[in-house]
Design a protein around this ligand. Structure first.
Ligand code: GLA
Length: 716
């Protein structure tokens, strides 16, 4: 049993293999007691405060107790209006016009497994237990049903809340955090993943300030700029040492993550749907479900925190056949041709790709309508016969006859003003009456809050997928929302999107779906629930990718990150790197190609063939193994990563810029079993784990853009 309630002490214990999360009913307030390494028993809250803790400006509604105000109590789901002056988790406007909510414990229930969240992505699995705690406001009937699920073997906790109106008057939700947590200290450092188009998820580690720090997106998508993930660590926390508290919101829309230091030395962390532009009316009897958040605590640093996120996302977020199955190696024509291609060119590319071991030919943007640029045709998912005179079916057949699979790009959520769809349904896009419709990449967004628009998209995409054996779909989304017509709309849009994704992906279980948003503008656990991989960034430069992939990998596993070898000089930054270097960086993700093979020398094609063959041997190890970050590009000139699978240990070393090497340097491996034997596959020499971890392997840091892959077989 992982979850239990102790009536004598009124404590809830949520245990995983290495962690514990403890709460206490304090005068029917749900108080936070502890989150950290595994403990068996915790004293009651008052033990830690052996004096009466008074302060005039903390209003009192529990006069007899040491924490006589909610302003001092560490709380699990605080509200506004009866003493807690900090940022509330839940903000409600009541029918009487006030914003007061007073939640008190009503009941709880513990059960095996976890319920699905209606209309929203969520972790799933049998290997978990759930605690449901109901808190209610006796006057208004506003009720918060808090869900805590523990995955004991994975050291993961998830949280979400359903707000119900059990009163007899309507109310309006203005802010609903998916979780709130009052940690018993401040002085943390906050890690967040910051960026922009083509430089997503760069790691920022900044000291916690005395004010509220907000990391958010107001774009209608989780965004390139901030990812719905933050971590709190101590200043001394490293890759392998110290506390790390990680929070990942499983949501693809606008979100907000807040970290607030409060006056009595605790830190309030909360995450949820972005409150700006949000409001949700609840009539009597209605309810609202928040997105889910995944919470990971590690007392052995950031490396272990990441591995725990990786495992839960790989095994309990991603779904379908391709969660575990080997995925095809693809070539995408985007950077090879952009919009300028025809059937002949695609077939030539496919043929060359097949010859070097590629499995799947992906046709990117430009195959439909009359789309020679990004100014038209989105919404008209009908093949452009000028470019593909025999149609998609014939092209797909020819590619299949070569022994390759065929994949296709779509941007289903969008409409171009110059399209038949727009001409027929000018009101189907997001707009506000009497305001100009602001364009982004010369396009508008379809209004997915309208069921008929969602049905159109489902029908249009399914018609194409039914027309020929398409094995892969790249689902793109290339602008953010403007002229949002009403509060709550952006969340309704995301619910519409999730309905579409659920419908299409379940109708085509054999199709591999990859999501994309101008690269990684919607790289989040919500999208990964429907599509097991995401195009990580439109920046395909190998060096830039090291930073992007390391940031992304802080929370998301390698198996989810699309990574392609592209041309040199690189189209985004103009840098020239050797093909093997580009290849090793792509191997640290879902490996693929995105360049014109007709322009490569025989020698480069040969090298590519060898790299692909090598990747095919190791791809399952890479995608299902445990990742150890040995050297970070953020800290030096060399990046090094170790992956431990059941069978092998792979060590990737990528020198960015060469460094003079006067002494033989050594790279110590991690996570091995000291007594186990590991055989270096290139020399045949067998080492004990303790040797590789203690003394390390040679590290050659000379010369720019140099890559090394060392593989050890684990001897049984
Ligand atoms: C986005 C994607 C690219 C490519 C283009 C096509 O920018 O991220 O990979 O598909 O759209 O227009």
């Amino acid at each position: 049993m992982s979850i239990f309630y102790v009536p004598e002490t009124k404590q809830f214990y949520l245990h995983t293999k290495h962690t514990s999360y403890v709460m206490e009913l304090y005068d029917n307030h749900l108080a936070h007691s502890y989150w950290g390494s595994r403990i068996n028993k915790l004293p009651n809250l008052e033990y830690y405060y052996p004096f009466r803790f008074g302060a005039s400006f903390s209003a009192t509604d529990i006069p007899e107790r040491l924490f006589n105000s909610t302003d001092k109590l560490r709380q699990e789901y605080p509200t506004y209006g009866t003493g807690d002056m900090r940022n509330p988790a839940l903000q409600v406007e009541n029918a009487s016009g006030d914003s007061i909510t007073r939640l008190r414990y009503e009941s709880h229930r513990i059960f095996n497994g976890k319920p699905a969240l209606s209309g929203l992505p969520a972790t799933y699995g049998e290997d978990c237990e759930t605690l449901e705690i109901t808190l209610t406001d006796a006057l208004t009937g506003v009720t918060a049903v808090l869900y805590y699920t523990v995955f004991p073997e994975k050291d993961v906790l998830t949280r979400s809340v359903r707000v119900e109106n059990r009163g007899n008057k309507p109310c309006t939700l203005e802010n609903v955090a998916s979780f709130c947590l009052d940690l018993h200290q401040d002085g943390f450092e906050v890690i967040h993943l910051h960026g922009a188009w083509a430089k997503e998820r760069h790691i920022q580690r900044i000291p916690q300030s005395a004010a509220t720090m907000v990391f958010d997106s107001k774009r209608g998508a989780s965004s390139h700029n901030e990812n719905p993930f933050i971590a709190l660590v101590h200043p001394e926390t490293t890759e392998d040492y110290g506390d790390a508290y990680g929070f990942c919101l499983m949501y693809s829309g606008s979100f907000s993550a807040e970290v607030s230091a409060e006056q009595y030395g605790s830190t309030r962390v909360k995450m949820g749907i972005q409150p700006l532009g949000f409001s949700w009316e609840l009539k009597p009897g209605e309810s609202f479900q928040s997105p889910e958040a995944i919470l990971v605590y590690s007392d052995c640093g950031l490396g272990e925190m990441s591995r725990r996120f990786h495992k839960i996302i790989r095994e309990n977020v991603c779904r379908g056949k391709f969660r575990d199955a080997e995925r095809p190696i693809l070539i995408n024509n985007w950077e090879a041709t952009y919009f300028n291609f025809n059937q002949e060119k695609i077939l030539a590319l496919a043929e060359r790709a097949k010859a070097i071991g590629v499995d799947l030919m992906v046709l990117d943007d430009g195959w439909f309508g009359k789309r020679d640029q990004d100014n038209c045709s989105l919404g008209d998912w009908v093949v452009d016969r000028r470019k593909l005179p025999d149609g998609l079916e014939a092209l797909c057949k020819k590619v299949n006859e070569m022994g390759m699979q065929f994949g296709l790009w779509f941007e289903p959520e969008m409409v171009s003003p110059d399209s038949n769809l727009y001409r027929n349904h000018p009101d189907w896009c997001i707009h506000t009456e009497n305001r100009p419709r602001t364009l982004g990449r010369r396009q508008l967004i379809l209004d997915l809050t309208r069921p008929e628009v969602c049905d159109y998209i489902i029908d249009a995409v399914c018609t194409v997928l039914n027309s020929c054996p398409i094995s892969y779909v790249k689902w793109d989304m290339n602008r953010n929302m403007t002229e949002i017509p009403r509060k709550g709309f952006a969340h309704q849009y995301i619910l519409g999107l999730y309905r579409i994704l659920e419908e299409i992906t379940s109708r085509f279980p054999d199709v591999l779906f990859e999501s994309c948003s101008g690269g990684g503008g919607r790289f989040d656990a919500g999208m990964l629930y429907y599509m097991p991989q995401t195009w990580t960034s439109d920046d395909t430069d190998a060096v830039e990718r090291l930073y992007i992939q390391e940031g992304t990998g802080l929370v998301y596993p390698i198996s989810t990150m699309g990574a392609h070898i592209s041309a040199v000089p690189n189209h985004q930054v103009g840098r020239t790197t050797p093909v093997t270097f580009r290849s090793k960086v792509a191997m640290m993700g879902r490996f693929g190609l995105e360049l014109d093979l007709d322009k490569l020398s025989e020698e480069t094609l040969d090298t590519l063939a060898k790299e692909i063959a090598q990747y095919k041997i190791y791809q399952q190890d890479i995608h299902h193994g445990d990742l150890y970050r040995l050297l970070s590009p953020y800290k030096g000139r060399t990046a090094a990563y170790e992956i431990i699978s059941d069978k092998r240990v792979l060590v990737f070393i990528m020198n960015i810029t060469g460094a003079p090497c006067q002494v033989p340097l050594r790279l110590k491996l991690r996570g091995l079993e000291p007594d186990k034997q590991y055989k270096d596959t290139s020399t045949g020499i067998i080492y004990e784990g303790r040797t590789l971890m203690g003394a390390g392997i040679p590290l050659d840091t000379r010369s720019d853009y140099r890559d090394f892959l060392t593989v050890f077989e684990i001897c049984s």
